[in-house]
Design a protein around this ligand. Structure first.
Ligand code: HEM
Length: 57
């Protein structure tokens, strides 16, 4: 039952994206993110990423 609930929440999360504001300049991988820039975090895309979940994500 837990596996079914987790898989349902992965495929159909109740929140599909978040917006985060950089309070100060920060490094994100190769990117320098300036202060006050908004970044969209696409939860649905992360939950369907084949690099994490495999080709049948
Ligand atoms: C209520 C349902 C859920 C919500 C709202 C949610 C939300 C999120 C958010 C906001 C992120 C991005 C985190 C970040 O800022 O890096 C994320 C990433 C992720 N979530 Fe979920 N999640 C949910 C359910 C699940 C479930 C059920 C699983 C696994 C069974 C899961 C696995 C992951 C994984 C593997 C990532 C990527 C982490 C990474 O690449 O750093 N999530 N999710």
């Amino acid at each position: 039952m837990n596996m079914i609930i987790s898989e349902s929440l992965r495929l159909y999360p109740p929140v599909i994206q978040l917006v985060k504001k950089a309070e100060r300049e920060s490094r994100l991988g190769k990117l320098i993110v300036p202060t006050n820039i908004d970044s969209v975090i696409p939860i649905v895309a992360l939950h369907h990423d084949p690099q994490i979940w495999g080709q049948d994500a």
